[in-house]
Ligand binder design. Structure first.
Ligand code: ZN
Length: 413
């Protein structure tokens, strides 16, 4: 979807504000000779930016307003390197809550719902975003934060929470516990709002079935407000993204070429009205595609398909490019194998070969050695690599309250 007139006008205003602010990006745009934007062609010439710029500008180099307008900061740590700090103005906080409340509404959640929020509060954007959207909607927030599963389940029963907000891993853990303790009849959950990361259909079906709920994928990232910039509707096909606040493009992660609607690539986002830390053409490294055409629900917000992975999660073994999602797909094909897994990659110096090790979980009813062989065989035929496979009991691998790291590369260790 090409950038429209209104979005161009807003981006032009953003560029002018950035230049006047003298922030990190004003230097970048001055050097590139950019003073504004008036056509889609000009827009596509604006250089991309990503997390490395935000690290270079640490701590507050991207701030585009005077200090007295900043009301809050958030930070994303990432797995490596310096954290990133994002300043917010009062309007940014308000806009984020507006988008988040919209997400709840699209998921059919109303002021009568009781929303149990399990993502973390604090520097991370998650918990507080779920909370602000909930309050804006007028629903009852139950601000649990992460962990303490006993207390989570107790509150869920006592307060009869109707909505659970969680990462897919934590929702899975709660579903497993509720199942194990035989408490399904005591809970009143109807919907789950799950922070969008790549997660398997096996896991989705298990959570939906065990908790008896409808699941909604909510999208977002700290650099662009936080979670709550898009969600799937009840038609369950793609996440609506709010194009009055954001312009979304899909690019080829290798060449940077803008791809037409329908083609898969990396999501790039431009913030149209963000004041504290405006970002233009920010590379998210999330892989997806824009679903062409209009949604049957009647909403005209463009739709992103389910996130299939991250362009920086790609790993190379024996010169072959692979994504964790490919391994996940294989695990989903073997009966009795669960949805949690990890991939370790090492280098065998003596043989001068890369070794890939997959650890996955399986239910007690299946023979671990046999399913391990099956996973190995499928990897060989479908991915062209033969991993060492270790099968462990369900619940052995850690369940994360944040995005789960799947790939551990030990080759530089
Ligand atoms: Zn829809």
């Amino acid at each position: 979807m090409k950038i429209n007139e209104r979005q161009l006008e807003l981006t032009d205003r953003q560029i002018k504000r950035i230049l006047a602010s003298g922030n990190y990006y004003s230097g970048v745009y001055q050097k590139a000779g950019i003073s504004g934007v008036s056509t889609p062609e000009e827009f596509e010439k604006i250089p991309f930016t990503d997390k490395s710029d935000l690290r270079n500008a640490y701590p507050l180099g991207i701030q585009a307003v005077p200090d007295e307008q900043v009301v809050r900061i958030h930070s994303s740590s990432g797995t490596t390197g310096k954290p990133v700090i994002i300043p917010y103005t009062a309007r940014d906080v308000e806009d984020w809550a507006t988008m988040f409340a919209r997400c709840y509404e699209i998921a059919g959640i109303t002021a009568r719902d009781r929303i149990q929020i399990t993502p973390g509060y604090g520097l991370w954007t998650a918990g507080i975003g779920f909370q602000a959207g909930c309050e804006k909607l007028g629903a009852m927030a139950i601000p649990m934060g992460p962990g303490n599963t006993d207390k989570q389940i107790q509150m869920m029963i006592d307060l009869q929470s109707t909505v659970i907000c969680a990462t897919s891993s934590y929702a899975l853990l709660l579903a497993e516990e509720i199942n194990k303790r035989g408490l399904r009849d005591k809970i009143a959950l109807k919907k789950g709002v799950i922070g969008s990361e790549r997660w398997s259909d096996v896991k989705r079906e298990y959570i939906a079935r065990e908790l008896g709920i409808e699941l909604y994928d909510i999208y977002g990232l700290t650099e662009i407000y936080g979670p709550g910039i898009g969600i799937n509707c009840s038609d369950q096909y793609g996440m609506h993204v709010f194009d009055d606040f954001l312009y979304t493009e899909i690019i080829d992660p290798q060449t940077g070429e803008v791809l037409p609607d329908g083609e898969e690539g990396e999501i790039v986002i431009t913030t149209l009205v963000k004041e504290g830390a405006p970002l233009i053409r920010f590379r998210t490294h999330d892989l997806s595609r824009i679903i062409p055409g209009e949604c049957s629900c009647g909403r005209t917000y463009p739709r992103l398909d389910t996130i299939t992975g991250r362009s920086d999660d790609m790993f190379k073994v024996h010169g072959v490019n692979m994504f964790p999602s490919q391994v996940e797909e294989i695990l989903g094909m073997v009966d009795g194998v669960g949805s949690e897994y990890k991939i370790d990659i090492a280098h065998d110096e003596t043989k001068n070969r890369d070794i890939i090790m997959i650890t996955a979980e399986a239910e007690g009813r299946v023979e671990f050695a046999r399913v391990g062989e099956e996973v190995k065989r499928l990897c060989k035929s479908r991915l062209g690599v033969t991993p060492n496979v270790t099968i462990v009991s369900i619940n052995t691998l850690p369940r994360s309250e944040k995005k789960t790291q799947r790939v551990f590369d030990h080759r530089g260790d």
